[in-house]
Design a binder for this molecule. Sequence first.
Ligand code: HPA
Length: 277
Amino acid sequence: MKLQKTDLRARIEETAGWIRERITAPPRVGLILGTGLGNLAGRAADPVAIPYSEIPNFAVSTVQSHAGNLLFGSLKGKNLVVMEGRFHYYEGYSLEEITFPVRVMKALGVEVLVISNAAGGMNPEFKKGDLVALTDHINLMGVNPLIGPNDAKLGIRFPDMIEPYSKRLVELAARVAKDKGLSLKQGVYGGVTGPNLETRAEYRFMRLIGCDLVGMSTVPEVIVGVHAGLEILAVSIVTDSCLPDSLEPVNIEEVIRAAQEASPKLDALVEGFVEAL
Ligand code: HPA
């Protein structure tokens, strides 16, 4: 695993080269669509969908609610690449496998990365179905995708994290939301590994240290995106309420349903955002 790291750049180039032969225009915007949020890709013009299983060096998505395609196309005249379904740490993938697509997006020419996810709401002002733009995160996964030898051609050894989520992009998203009559809240995302949900004591702890949301994705991709120099917007859909004193049992079907119900709002926001870029 550590040895593989040294040829990471060669694998990125191999994969990007393979993809370039199958697409007509380089993508400028990358989208990673989370749990229950796979609909947006359907709006892309001239779509070319490539199953992850065909892409050299890609892992294969195992989550039922995810399609498992890399889709190229254009939305509002902007060329984009969409990950329909992402890889999670709890599935058993390494962080390198999870973040490899972000590296490939960068190699293909992506400058702006938009990430969506389903998250539990810990801020008492958040309701199920709310859209929340991330302003920051706390990495509670206990791991980091940049551990290991650093390839200076991919990014610096000690990337700073003063603005992992671009202020410019959060403001742009807020403007687009306002124009479309959508509510877009803002918050700090606590990234955990899962797969179990959190204990009441963990929710109390996470709230105390400053988290508004909790989820099992996004943080690894954002860390690698920052390392690679991408400008990032991430939006959560609140799928369940994580208030420790009024906690209800959660099941994954409900989480997926809540994400799917809110997904038209997210689609409209992201479409408007891509147009405004
Ligand atoms: N905890 C962790 N991840 C989640 C949750 C949650 O409550 N809801 C959706 N993803």
